[in-house]
Design a protein around this ligand. Structure first.
Ligand SMILES: [Cu+2]
Length: 83
């Protein structure tokens, strides 16, 4: 189980954050998800064997928000790959 932080663009209120949080928590392998619209960050605890950054990005984009990539974040152990 590892924890990663994503920066999400486009959330304007607590309801946006709650929506994203709920969708992330529904993914198989996600243990915990905490989304804060003020800091625009999502902290996700997950099982790298079941889920990865790719799925998180897809989930966020499906709700019409955007994940901002940051090289300083730790993507190790995730299935994330550049398109
Ligand atoms: Cu909102």
């Amino acid at each position: 189980m590892i924890s990663t932080t994503l920066k999400i663009n486009g959330m304007t209120c607590a309801a946006c954050a709650a929506k994203v949080e709920k969708a992330l928590k529904k993914l198989e392998g996600v243990e915990k998800a905490n989304v804060n619209f003020a800091t625009e960050k999502a902290v996700i605890e997950y099982d790298t064997k079941k889920v990865g950054i790719n799925e998180f990005i897809k989930t966020v984009e499906k709700l019409n928000y955007k994940v901002i990539m940051n090289k300083s974040w730790d993507y190790s152990g995730s299935r994330y790959s550049k398109r």
